[in-house]
Design a binder for this molecule. Structure first.
Ligand code: SF4
Length: 293
């Protein structure tokens, strides 16, 4: 049985940067708090915890003394930074620069009084941060069926959470255009003076992986997809792999592998999310080779 790790998978540069920042601080001081899980991967968190990382929640912030707190790649709403300053907490801001850029762009449109629409998951940390840049006014939708929440008479801009899928983003954009057109019952969308913009802010580190993952999934008899169960990007990529190869299995670590998945097959592909460390995929590979071959 030939087992291959997908060399287009694993940490995106934004996550590499966040983990590097944390490790640098841990090497110097041996203690760092992360506001929320540093990445959606419990195995990698465990590795960093052994070096002195502590995961905390927003409620814990006010009780901290002489602490350094890391803001993870997803970013935070401005309110969090304001409170941390008020409580004298040292902030290590490891927000991914791609996310910071989206926050800034949203803020600009918000200041110009646009109705802000975000294609994303409303409880996702990145989205909470983005909504925070509109004083909580942005409308979050995750499907075309939800566009009725919008006021089509307002000038509007559509953004995306960085880890969503492009296909749905563009379907939502087109549905909004159609609605605006229907609302005013005049000419084509392009002829109208109405102000609607769609800003595709899906990260290239995620969208570029779709195509390669499809090819990789098709070229293996069985696919093992390794990611944290809370990883939004992990779920999207897993679905893509599964759509190309019905024998695709989602695991968080090597202990979840099952013998029957490998009966009579010749090739196994291992892939992961942008939050899946390379070393973990290698560990899964080794386990398959030594236990199930
Ligand atoms: S997927 Fe993109 S936006 Fe998200 S952390 Fe990675 S580089 Fe940054």
């Amino acid at each position: 049985m030939k087992v291959t790790v997908d060399n287009n998978s694993g940490f995106c540069w934004g996550v590499v940067r966040t983990v590097d920042i944390a490790e640098q601080e841990l090497a110097e001081t041996g203690k760092l708090y992360s506001l929320g899980e540093i990445i959606h991967n419990p195995v990698e968190i465990e590795r960093l915890e052994a070096k002195g990382l502590h995961t905390i929640r927003h409620d814990d912030l006010k009780n901290l003394k002489d602490a350094k707190v890391l803001i993870r790649a997803h970013g935070e709403p401005p309110e969090t930074f304001r409170k941390m300053k008020e409580w004298g907490i040292d902030v290590i801001d490891a927000t991914c620069p791609v996310v910071t850029k989206v926050q800034e762009r949203i803020r600009k449109f918000y200041d110009k009084k646009y109705q802000i629409v975000i294609f994303g998951k409303k409880d996702h940390a990145e989205v909470i941060g983005l909504v925070g840049h509109t004083n909580g006014t942005a409308i979050v939708i995750k499907a075309v069926t939800e566009i009725d929440k919008l006021d089509f008479t307002k000038k509007t801009v559509l953004f995306s959470q960085t880890t969503m899928d492009k296909e749905t983003f563009y379907a939502i954009r087109d549905a909004i255009k159609e609605k605006i057109k229907a609302e005013f019952e005049v000419g084509t969308f392009e002829e109208m003076a109405l102000d609607f913009h769609a800003k595709d802010t899906i990260c290239g580190q995620v969208s570029g992986r779709d195509k390669k993952l499809r090819e990789f999934s098709k070229s293996n008899d069985v696919m093992i997809f390794v990611a944290g169960k809370m990883s939004s990007n992990g779920k999207v990529l897993y679905e893509i792999a599964k759509s190309e190869n019905a024998k695709t299995y989602f695991i968080e670590n090597e202990s979840e592998l099952q013998k029957e998945w490998f009966a009579g097959i010749e090739t196994v592909g291992i892939s992961g999310a942008t939050s899946t460390p390379q070393w973990l995929m290698e560990k899964v590979k080794k386990e398959i080779e030594t236990t199930f071959n």
